[in-house]
Write a protein that binds this ligand. Structure first.
Ligand SMILES: Nc1nc2c(c(=O)[nH]1)N[C@H]1C(S)=C(S)[C@@H](COP(=O)(O)OP(=O)(O)OC[C@H]3O[C@@H](n4cnc5c(=O)[nH]c(N)nc54)[C@H](O)[C@@H]3O)O[C@H]1N2
Ligand SMILES: Nc1nc2c(c(=O)[nH]1)N[C@H]1C(S)=C(S)[C@@H](COP(=O)(O)OP(=O)(O)OC[C@H]3O[C@@H](n4cnc5c(=O)[nH]c(N)nc54)[C@H](O)[C@@H]3O)O[C@H]1N2
Ligand code: SF4
Ligand SMILES: [Mo]
Length: 722
């Protein structure tokens, strides 16, 4: 190492893994290198390739370093920051003067969620303006978890933790690659999983692909995508029929057990085995290992079930597994991480009943949807822009997201975004969304800003009563004019004369806080003083007595709602889908395959795909097929083909992959340039969102589009030419 090079400790904020890292900086404090920090008490030296290569993003020639404004011809030129903010504010004011505050909307993506000093600022900005039009990536992700909590109720002490369960069941979730979970220990996940297995924990995986996680599974079920509801209903059916459920817990805390038993009786394992195309005995084994052979340990799902048809129902049935088997922390047990930044609240062994909050307060202007977590469903955003009338969205601020890549029915999204009077992106790269933006405001990147972990989800990220702070360890590139994201939102708020709140505290808009001050405000109720956090370079574990689950109110009338009316109706409708043609696609169908979402280890949705080191590994998104399907279709390795759905088609290149079950095409999203643009598939891949629809088959409540488990067909390139 050059003697002028310095090392600093920090942590990666690209994904929820939050790996502790050691960064190397040159004499100008520019990033040279990023490595896993072997002294990190949580992640124990782990870091992935894309995390280690994120120095490339910081130093990239493609990075936007000054505010840009788009001209009529689509070209961008630099604009002084103050002028950009003045012009944007003026356009917002004009829109409000004619259409009211509702004409201003915001979309928040992953980049914003991981910027803790401003992770709620766009929402607060809209609230202060009086606009209910807050959207985010959550409602094209796993908002079915919020729907389930809202329909079933919540156990405040949480589910059985990964490290104390006899079993852990994951459905459509690959935490060893995604490092993002609602229960799996993702701090150096392979190591944690091996430890858990060494103490005897059984792992069950349900996934159409034998994933990296499934390689460690004791029981692996490989159904067709889109069949989670029938599979989970059959598992519940077996458990309740065999009496393997936790009778005491159900009696005390669950409503409608009998109704659930009757409803899942419509899903006999033998029929479901045919329908989902799995061995019946494996289905029975899943039920036995989860419920009969184990006393503790939870079931969780992720994007696989949540993005498929009936995703809300699938999450509901998954949680029914936890409730019927009583897989929650009980009175007196230790809560490993009760929250640190958010502080501790008492957690009782009792049910907080279903709130169905979306049935109250604001409804969407189009589609009549309620709010999920205070936000409107992103599946309705394009229609909010395209549908004329009072409240039509004319201005959109995108914070750390790439909605033109992320939202299904990409052509419609483009059409909508092109119709906006004002599109602003707080975004470091020329993404497909940035390309359509009138203004691009470039933020600092992660190692250039002070931060906390994504504390909105801290009890999921940290398995311990642990948190950390990082200062900005690197300087932005010389000559750049990048700012921490809050600078832009506060600058606009000042011009619009509104006062922003930040985690319950009104900000002094004349003397806006620094990044550290914003973080300190959000951590003001933390179990540790903010100063102590700032001083601890590898973070702090809260010492002292652990928090235990307190006794619940013995007279509490509240129970989990296992089978509310809308759930019962949807479950019945799924049970009617027995039509053989629909169930087991045949070769004669136009769409004999089912598409399955997946993530790639080296990419993060659309982010970073254009960096040379990443592009070398994943230049485009391959379509993974079972080798038998390739053989039957006469498809060669690397052969180009067209994937078609009822809604559109994309180019792809086939690859044989024996981890994929037959009848499935597994392909990643996030690739591709603008539709009908100049980008070739070979240069940039293609957007799977061209295959999907925002139409009438979206889910109730959260308007979740169907993004996995949808029928698709293929045409090989020679067929297409013929
Ligand atoms: N077909 C299909 N569509 C999908 C999915 C799928 O599986 N299939 N997955 C869905 C899911 S789960 C999600 S979460 C969404 C993702 O939706 P988005 O979050 O909207 O999309 P990303 O591609 O993750 O975009 C993140 C953006 O943040 C920028 N960024 C990176 N670092 C920073 C930073 O420090 N500050 C700021 N301000 N910006 C930064 C990146 O350059 C990138 O453009 O996509 C959804 N869309
Ligand atoms: N490396 C990497 N990490 C990431 C991301 C990334 O792009 N790359 N994205 C981040 C984001 S935004 C999120 S939301 C999380 C998501 O985290 P995960 O949900 O764990 O994402 P995946 O790894 O795609 O796992 C989804 C699994 O669902 C399976 N699947 C597809 N359809 C179905 C179905 O119908 N039923 C069942 N049972 N399974 C199905 C797929 O085969 C796949 O293995 O990951 C985050 N972490
Ligand atoms: S796993 Fe996630 S947090 Fe860890 S280095 Fe990779 S991108 Fe960063
Ligand atoms: Mo996501």
């Amino acid at each position: 190492m050059n003697s002028h090079h310095r090392k600093e400790l920090s942590f990666c904020r690209m994904c929820m893994g939050h790996c502790g890292v050691e960064v190397t900086l040159d004499e100008e404090r520019h990033l040279l290198d990023i490595r896993g920090d072997h002294g990190d008490p949580q992640t124990l030296g782990y870091a992935c390739f894309k995390g280690m290569r994120s120095a490339d993003a910081h130093n990239s020639e493609q990075r936007i370093l000054k505010p840009l404004k788009r001209a009529e011809d689509g070209s961008f030129s630099e604009i002084p920051l103050e002028q950009a903010l003045d012009e944007i504010a003026e356009k917002i004011q004009r829109a409000i003067a004619t259409g009211g505050p509702e004409s201003v909307a915001g979309y928040k993506g992953g980049g914003a969620f991981f910027t803790s000093s401003s992770s709620m600022m766009l929402n607060e900005f809209l609230k202060a303006l009086g606009s209910p039009k807050a959207f985010s990536s959550v409602t094209i992700d796993q908002s079915s978890k919020a729907v389930t909590a809202g329909r079933m109720g919540v156990w405040p002490a949480g589910r059985d933790p990964f490290h104390r369960g006899d079993v852990f069941l994951v459905v459509g979730h690959n935490p060893l690659v995604s490092l993002s979970s609602s229960g799996f220990d993702t701090r150096n996940p392979v190591k944690r999983l091996k430890q858990a297995k060494a103490r005897g924990m059984k792992l069950i995986v349900i996934d159409p692909r034998r994933t990296e996680t499934a390689r460690y599974a004791d029981v692996f079920l490989q159904p067709l995508p889109g069949e989670d509801c029938s599979v989970l209903a059959a598992i519940l059916h077996i458990i309740l029929e065999e009496g393997w459920h936790d009778r005491d817990f159900c009696e005390r805390y669950a409503l409608d057990l009998e109704a659930l038993r009757q409803a899942v009786a419509e899903f006999p394992p033998s029929l479901v085995a045919r329908r989902a195309d799995v061995p019946e005995e494996t289905l029975r084994k899943v039920a036995a290992v989860f419920a009969r052979d184990s006393d503790r340990g939870a079931a969780i799902g992720a994007t696989g079930p949540d993005m498929s048809p009936h995703g809300n129902l699938a999450e509901h049935l998954l949680e029914c597994l936890n409730v019927t088997c009583g897989r929650y922390l009980r009175e007196g047990e230790i809560i490993d991480n009760p929250g640190v930044i958010g502080g501790r609240q008492p957690r009782r062994a009792e049910v907080i009943p279903a709130t169905r909050s979306w049935e109250r307060a604001a409804r969407s202007r189009v589609g009549d949807y309620g709010l999920i977590g205070g936000e409107l469903p992103t599946g309705t955003l394009p229609d909010e822009i395209l549908t004329q009338g009072p409240g039509q969205v004319k201005c959109l601020i995108v914070h750390g997201g790439n909605p033109v890549s992320a939202i299904p029915e990409q052509r419609k999204v483009v059409r909508a975004f092109e119709a906006l009077d004002l599109l602003v992106s707080i975004e470091p790269f020329m993404t497909v969304t940035a390309q359509l933006s009138h203004y691009i405001l470039p933020p600092t990147l992660q190692y250039e800003r002070a931060d906390l972990p994504i504390f909105l989800y801290e009890t999921l990220v940290e398995q311990d009563s642990y948190t950390r702070f990082t200062p900005a360890v690197a300087d932005p590139p010389a000559g750049s004019e990048v700012k921490d994201d809050h600078h832009y939102l506060i600058g606009l708020a000042q011009r619009l004369g509104i006062v922003l709140e930040h985690f319950g505290q009104a900000l002094d808009m004349d003397h806006p806080p620094s990044t550290d001050e914003l973080l300190a405000i959000s951590a003001r109720h933390a179990s540790i003083p903010f100063e102590a956090l700032v001083g601890a370079e590898r973070g702090v574990r809260v010492e002292g007595p652990p928090q235990r689950v307190e006794a619940g109110d013995p007279d509490s009338p509240h129970r989990f709602s296992l089978l509310p009316l809308d759930v019962a109706e949807e479950l019945r409708s799924v049970s009617m889908e027995w039509d053989a043609a629909k169930l087991r696609p045949t070769q004669s169908d136009a769409y004999p395959y089912r598409l399955a979402v997946r993530r790639l280890r080296d990419g993060l949705n659309s982010a970073g795909l254009e960096l040379p080191a990443i592009k070398e590994r994943i230049p485009f998104n391959l379509a993974h097929f079972n080798p038998d399907d390739m053989g039957r279709e006469n498809l060669g390795e690397g052969e180009q083909l067209t994937i078609e759905s009822a809604h559109g088609s994309i180019e792809a290149v086939a690859t044989a992959d024996d981890t994929i079950r037959r009848g499935v095409i597994s392909i990643a999203h996030g690739f591709g340039g603008l539709p009908d643009g100049d980008d070739k598939y070979i240069d940039r891949g293609s957007s799977t969102n061209l295959l999907l629809s925002l139409g009438d088959d979206r889910e109730s409540i959260n308007a979740m589009p169907r993004m996995s488990g949808i029928p698709v067909g293929i045409r090989s390139a020679h067929e297409a030419r013929a």
